[in-house]
Design a protein around this ligand. Structure first.
Ligand code: FAD
Length: 406
């Protein structure tokens, strides 16, 4: 379908504000722009595409598993854009389970026919999407922090958004519609609540994460720049804590250590952290190195994880809508947070087409169309945490016994 066919007829382009230039907000902005709406995107961060002195070691990020759900949404918005982005992914055809001795690895394939999920760096993906927005001439305002939303409760009023920028100036702007894609701690969600009866809950799980980095293999004699197999999601399951690693195109891996808060808080110094790491993940320890482990323990923030549950996602007048983590932040153990956020955009756009570009009706119908699927995936995400952190270990032990590894 061409862009103009998708647009249908919009007598006068409506103005749509998207707050949040993360992965989901960017895709939503591209989707609305493609349909002919007048889109403006705001984010409180500076423009990440202008950071020039970045290096992987000092710019923290995580790697995401992009699945078919996310790919389908990217392709729906723009086939060519999807292709440009997907050339950077690394397929992962299974899990690679690392045992506690650091000497044995076991591949567990995801499917019989080479089915895979795909690794990509979150910051890199975000930058790709922002570059696409710039190409598409979407209005973008970085360094704009949303502080207030008014006009949601009245049919005859435009929505007024208030921002403060990095010069501490106050800015207001008016729009027909508002999309909140501003993440788990959404300000849009908070601002919507007084004008409607929104059910909302947030629940932290007893789990923290720390980001680590495995550098490319620089040994000139090495057969590969990857120190471990690039086409697997590497897991070091240790019952109630675990380490994972996903490959990057340059030969490095982005690694994440997950544990209950009590485990990390019981470790009192960087030396103790090094000892803990060396005894639980000996092979990863060699790849990550003592120096980095000490620095990460001392300097890196420990991320918390929570589930957010919202209903409905739109105000009753159909002027504002929540998508992505703002609507359904989930724990990351099913690798579907971003994928579902991308799917929000596809479902929303399909509904908009069905409603012949009537945004109000689309926003009003969206919650009932989307809620059941999102509830199901949030539950699967929690269940998969237990799978990844313990059951795979048991499978490994069983296999080891069967194959007589000692
Ligand atoms: P965000 O990425 O949080 O973006 C929100 C944006 O809003 C930010 O840019 C922020 O600056 C901006 N913002 C916030 N407040 C304001 C304000 N007041 N004014 C203006 N702007 C504002 N998902 C997967 O699909 N696969 C995975 O493998 C995966 N792994 C994960 C691993 C970990 C450790 C974690 C923590 C998450 C993982 N996820 C994964 C989930 C995924 O990262 C999120 O679901 C996704 O990033 C959410 O995107 P978003 O655009 O909705 O929100």
């Amino acid at each position: 379908m061409t862009d103009s066919e998708r647009r249908g007829s919009i007598p006068q382009p409506k103005t749509v504000a998207i707050v949040g230039g993360g992965l989901v907000g960017c895709l939503a902005a591209l989707a609305f722009q493609t349909k002919g709406y007048n889109v403006t995107l705001y984010d409180l961060r500076p423009d990440p595409t202008l950071i020039t002195d970045r290096s992987r070691k000092n710019l923290r990020s995580i790697n995401l598993a992009v699945s078919n759900r996310g790919i389908r949404a990217l392709q729906y918005v723009d086939e060519d854009m999807a292709q440009r982005i997907l050339q950077h992914i690394i397929p992962m055809k299974g899990r690679m389970i690392h045992d506690k001795t650091g000497t044995k690895q076991e591949s567990q394939l995801y499917g019989l026919f080479g089915e895979s999920i795909n690794s990509i760096d979150r910051s890199f993906l975000n930058e790709c999407l922002i570059k696409e927005l710039k190409e598409a001439k979407v209005n973008i305002h970085f360094n704009h922090k949303l502080t207030k939303v008014s006009g949601l409760g009245r049919q005859d009023e435009l929505i007024t958004l208030s921002f403060v920028n990095d010069n501490h100036e106050f800015i207001t702007a008016k729009f027909d519609y508002l999309i909140g894609a501003d993440g788990a701690h959404s300000q849009v969600r908070y601002q919507m609540q007084p004008s409607m009866r929104m059910n909302f809950s947030q629940k932290y799980i007893d789990m923290q994460y720390l980001e680590l980095y495995i550098p490319p293999n620089e040994d000139p004699e090495a057969q590969s720049k990857f120190s471990i197999d690039a086409n697997h999601l590497h897991i070091w399951p240790r019952h109630n804590f675990m380490l994972i690693a996903l490959a990057n195109k340059d030969g490095s891996f982005t690694s994440t250590f997950f544990s209950p808060w009590s485990v990390i808080e019981s470790i009192k110094s960087s030396d103790e952290f090094v000892t803990f790491f060396a005894s639980n993940f000996p092979d990863a320890f060699k790849l990550i190195g003592e120096e980095q482990l000490k620095s990460v323990f001392e300097n890196n923030p420990r991320g918390s994880l929570m589930q957010v549950d919202v209903y409905p996602y739109s105000d009753p007048l159909g002027k504002s809508l929540l998508i992505g983590d703002a609507a359904h932040s989930m724990v990351p153990f099913y690798g579907q947070g971003m994928n579902c956020g991308f799917e929000d955009v596809r479902v929303l756009m399909e509904l908009l087409e069905k409603n012949e570009n009537n945004v109000t009706t689309t926003f009003q119908q969206y919650s009932d169309v989307r809620k059941k699927d999102l509830d199901a995936i949030c539950k699967l995400a929690l269940d998969n945490y237990y799978e990844m952190s313990s059951k795979v270990t048991n499978v490994w032990y069983l296999l080891r016994k069967k194959l007589d590894y000692t």
